[in-house]
Ligand binder design. Structure first.
Ligand code: SF4
Length: 368
């Protein structure tokens, strides 16, 4: 993206952005334009062990939690079963399976895996996914950086996968920057992961974490990078615009949170760059009261909402009630619709959805 293009996008005020977004959304059919989606999911947080130490992270095992039990070497089989049984009661269609990055490289995790007869962390994940699929729940993994071969193997058991690009800004690796101690956040690795997902035809979720020391130019360049990767492989189904939420006990303590107007501008710019090809998601538990403004700026997805598990990254931020979101959308003339972790357009797109996943999808009734 040229400096001039960046300059032009930066110069757009909220009113201008809203007008441009309106023109872009007008290219859709009325049904598409009026739909705001979400996925009824639950989270299996498998391990807080992580090779990185991001300055904004609360989840990492090195951060003491209020409840010691929250820092897990590995989620026990009994806990997994309890979560899954609850998910069935609530009729969750998606299991978000998350962990820190490369937990299997830690001795504590390895020992626990051995005790349970798993040769490595990926085998453990595969086993959980197989069990979920047997119960008609679609897994979506976000485990940090994975190799090409690991993703290839896990594709057989997942409807989609995710990895946040967060930010490729190199200044975040400087002394005192949020990625100073996070080699896994080097853009080369993240981009390689997202490209590999494309090569493997994996429906993919990525996104930006904003308010962590980047600037608007970095954000514009990262959105453009995502769009370029998508143009080549056609696999990115959604981009999350996630704002950093300050909390005690973590190293990164900015004086002010990112302003709502800045978030609105980022969403508008994202819609201009991503056009109508990629959904824009805003986590509805992180900022409340501005949902209508977000929709006006091009947000068309509220992501995974759990009826009983926490947002483990921001556990103090409770998920909204679906009924409340429904009302907000309705008041604005939109229809809130449940979706699967794989967007409809990828189910029959050549090579993106394996036959075993299609079979499960056929067993799922979104109206339940
Ligand atoms: S944000 Fe993710 S990669 Fe960074 S320390 Fe936390 S768990 Fe690890």
């Amino acid at each position: 993206m040229s400096e001039n293009e960046i300059k032009q996008l930066k110069a757009l005020n909220i009113k201008k952005l809203r007008e441009k977004v309106k023109d872009i959304r007008a290219q859709l059919s009325e049904e598409e334009r009026n739909a705001i989606t979400y996925s009824k999911n639950f989270t299996l947080s498998l391990s807080n062990y992580c090779v990185n130490q991001c300055g904004y992270c609360y989840y990492n095992y090195k951060n003491p939690k209020q409840n010691d039990k929250d820092n897990l070497v590995l989620l026990s089989n009994e806990q997994i079963e309890i979560f899954i049984q609850k998910a069935l009661q609530f009729n969750c269609k998606e299991a978000l399976i998350m962990s820190g990055e490369r937990p299997g490289s830690f001795l504590e995790v390895k020992k626990d895996l051995e005790k349970r007869n798993y040769s490595n962390f990926i085998e453990f994940v595969k086993n959980i996914c197989t069990y979920l699929l047997d119960l008609n729940i679609l897994p979506h993994i976000n485990l940090g950086f994975l190799t090409y071969d690991e993703m290839k193997e896990l594709k057989k058991f997942n409807a989609s996968m995710g990895l946040m690009l967060e930010s490729t800004s190199m200044k975040l690796f400087n002394k005192g920057g949020v990625h100073e101690h996070s080699p896994g956040k080097m853009s080369k690795k993240r981009v390689q992961h997202i490209r590999n997902a494309g090569k493997l035809k994996i429906p993919f979720t990525t996104g930006l974490l904003v308010g962590i020391g980047e600037n608007i130019e970095d954000i514009i360049e990262d959105l453009h990078l995502i769009k370029n990767i998508h143009n080549k492989y056609g696999h990115i189904q959604e981009v999350i615009i996630q704002n950093f939420v300050k909390k005690e006990g973590i190293p990164y303590q900015p004086k002010k949170p990112i302003a709502i107007d800045d978030i609105l501008r980022i969403i508008g710019i994202a819609r201009i760059i991503l056009e109508n090809e990629i959904a824009i998601q805003i986590p509805p538990n992180l900022i409340t009261g501005f949902e209508k403004n977000f929709i006006d700026m091009g947000v068309d997805d509220f992501g995974g909402i759990s009826p009983f598990t926490l947002d483990y990254i921001n556990p103090e931020k409770i998920w909204p009630q679906i009924d409340d979101l429904n009302k907000i959308c309705k008041d604005k003339g939109y229809i809130l619709k449940e979706r699967l972790p794989i967007y409809n357009k990828f189910i029959n797109k050549e090579g993106f959805c394996s036959e075993n996943i299609k079979k499960i999808i056929n067993n799922i009734n979104l109206d339940d």
